[in-house]
Ligand binder design. Structure first.
Ligand code: NI
Length: 310
């Protein structure tokens, strides 16, 4: 096999597969969502997204060097910043990386065999050394992406986030369209008002966040007017969910987070629903199994019920 062909084959195996060592770059990236790509499980370390852009930057730089230009990358070109972290942007980033790879592969295939011994423009090493190097570099960083992705995608954590989305959906239903004065409504002389229960739910979510951060604190906030209490509820859910999605280490087990604050909050949302019925403004029953509850949807905007009943 000609050396050029062998090098091109090595690059293709590293990026597209089959690679001797396991998942290629493409296979590794295909398993990473935008959220996973943007997660930073090691504080101060790079995200999978940043690493993917970095791999592409070097595939491109090497191609331009093959063209005879002494290319140097500025720090910003070496590690391009990630802007928008939507799924669409992630798809675009992977497309760009694939384009850099295909252009380099084409350039390598177009090289004459005797070009491999040439000294690279602006460098003191040969073209074959540089091409081996860029393949090694791609694989080195592909392995990092695989490990980082494993560290940040924890099914237990995703299950916990689904419980937050469930709490947002059920809570949204119990809080919406409450009658005037409902915040002061109570079932009996010695029980909490609806507004006090809602404030307590907010406290539970703040507590959960403090546990997640490893700085457990419990604070009791004053009840707010109903609408503002609802805003606090969704804001706290949003902050907690973002923390769980960030890949930052969770300082307590997902199970304990659920059995304490989250299960408490779900129970209290049930009490608010009961008070709504007692106050003559019942929340309609629904098949929550069929409800459209989605990971990350923890704000006041929730989807319409699919099957309600009275
Ligand atoms: Ni690198």
């Amino acid at each position: 096999m000609k050396e050029i062909v062998r090098i091109a084959d090595q690059l293709r195996r590293a990026v597209e597969g089959d690679a001797w060592h396991g998942p290629s770059l493409h296979e590794t990236l295909a398993r990473v969502t935008a959220q996973g790509a943007a997660a930073r499980p090691i504080s101060g370390g790079h995200t999978p997204w940043e690493i993917a852009l970095h791999i592409g930057a070097w595939l491109s730089a090497v191609r331009r060097r093959l063209g005879g230009r002494p290319v140097e990358l500025s720090p910003r070109e070496d590690w391009p910043p990630v802007g928008d972290s939507s799924e669409a942007a992630w798809e675009q980033a992977r497309g760009g990386l694939d384009g850099d790879y295909r252009q380099l592969l084409e350039s390598i295939r177009g090289l004459p065999e005797n070009a491999l011994g040439n000294v690279v423009a602006g460098r003191d090493y040969s073209t074959s050394f540089m091409l081996d190097g860029v393949i090694q570099h791609t694989l080195y960083h592909t392995g990092q992406i695989a490990v980082l992705t494993k560290a940040s995608s924890d099914p237990r954590r995703e299950m916990l986030r689904h419980t937050l989305a469930t709490l947002a959906y059920r809570g949204g239903k119990a809080l919406r369209d409450a009658p005037t004065g409902f915040a002061g409504f109570r079932a009996g002389e010695t029980t909490r008002t609806a507004g006090e229960i809602l404030a307590h739910v907010g406290d539970l979510l703040d507590w959960a966040l403090s546990i997640a951060k490893g700085q457990e604190t419990w604070r009791e906030a004053e009840p707010l007017p109903w609408e503002r209490g609802a805003e606090r509820f969704f804001a706290a859910l949003g902050t907690l969910d973002a923390r769980l999605a960030s890949g930052a280490p969770l300082q307590a087990s997902a199970e304990k987070m659920f059995q304490g604050p989250i299960a408490d909050a779900l129970t209290h949302v049930g009490q608010i629903a009961l008070l709504r019925r007692l106050a003559g403004s019942p929340v309609r029953g629904e098949s929550y199994f069929r409800a459209d509850i989605a990971l990350g949807r923890v704000g006041p905007e929730q989807s319409a019920p699919r099957r309600e009943f009275d």
